[in-house]
Design a protein around this ligand. Sequence first.
Ligand SMILES: *Cc1c(COP(=O)(O)O)cnc(C)c1O
Length: 480
Amino acid sequence: MRSHLLNDVTAESYRRSVTEGVERVAMRLATTRRPFTGVTPDELAPVISAVDLDQPLGNASAALDELERVYLRDAVYFHHPRYLGHLNCPVVIPAVLGEAVLSAVNSSLDTWDQSAGGTLIERRLIDWTAQRIGLGPAADGVFTSGGTQSNLQALLLARQEAKTSDLAKLRIFSSECSHFSVQKSATLLGLGPDAVVAVPVDRNKRMQTVALAAELERCAQQGLVPMAVVATAGTTDFGSIDPLPEIAELAEQYGTWMHVDAAYGCGLLASPTRRHLLDGIEHADSVTVDYHKSFFQPVSSSAVLVRDGATLGHATYHADYLNPLRTIEERIPNQVDKSLQTTRRFDALKLWMTLRVMGADGVGQLFDEVCDLAADGWELLAADPRYDVVVAPQLSTLVYRYIPEAITSPTLIDRANLYARKALFASGEAVVAGTKVGGRQYLKFTLLNPETTTDDIAAVLDLIAGHAEQYLGENLVHAS
Ligand SMILES: *Cc1c(COP(=O)(O)O)cnc(C)c1O
């Protein structure tokens, strides 16, 4: 069994094994004709249940053969130009290379004595990101597992900085389109059920700052404490960017923490043409960035940044075995002092390799391309009488619904759109997402693949219309 341990003796076996795995994936990538096979949980569950985990296959080739059946054949492939579903990106090769290196070396970024250079590389990337945001000389941050964790950590810091320890009095203000992790964080942080105030959005799905001002004023008058204002720079559903400069002014005026959730919009930090859309982000006290969304990085790759690095001290605890107090005096850089996690992946290496091979402009251009594509897609949708489209995109998301001419029943239209999404998924021809707008069923393209073309968008819209028409045909016949 020792032959399976990665070490000096098995280096050649490691090379063969990983190469074989890479070849299988490369073959899949080269031959996949649809983003999905349409397999159902009921079809796949018995295949996976039938695997006897107590009967090992003994070698990588056999396990890879099996993996074809249990995973690779039916996986959802984000690199396919007709995957238009959630906020998942195709990944760039330098990052995948970084991933292969980091898992083989297996550094853990909690302490210097488990990572050495890895710690410094992560710190450089944090500084690089903070500088692109414009957070100033005292900025700091740390890589996290994702935007959910970044938001939680940012709000933890905000709670500790708030001017009361009466948790029931604390309020967080975020738009009604903000991510649900804000609500989840409030619960985890022990805040009351009414802690998160949902501020209404305008027709472009951006936070209404007049409403925010009114809510902050109301909070003050009721003797409550504004803990944080969360501005979203790229809402998950619409890609809309809240008015950051105005929100920054209000946060300043009411003495509250400003958090910018740029999980999606952070790609603009590297954009050669669109960086100005984030103007005002430099006023934030904390920022969430998800490199695994708009920097084309594999999951996980995310970070939380703060204007004042000292605030990260709210996450600092000492353990004799790991990061005793003396390590601070000895100025040993232990990243665990800044993180909610202990053992932690060296995810930063993926971004490092990406920047070293492609450069920031290279990544930013890819994000620009999908934003341009969304603008073209919006024109297509706006000119198409079969569809109603919600807002002109600021980033790369389009929310729309099929509206048949002759049908007036809102419920039937909802059902036709939902049916079309499910039928499309079952066919595997394309994957789109869905959401609700004003209580009605809508469909969504999240465009993060620069290989997707306007022809793909047009073709998928035809497929959706076909499925929706089929549904309406069948159900109108039944009804009559
Ligand atoms: C995706 C997203 C998150 C959550 O990030 P994860 O990496 O999925 O945990 C938070 N906020 C926004 C705006 C997002 O789009």
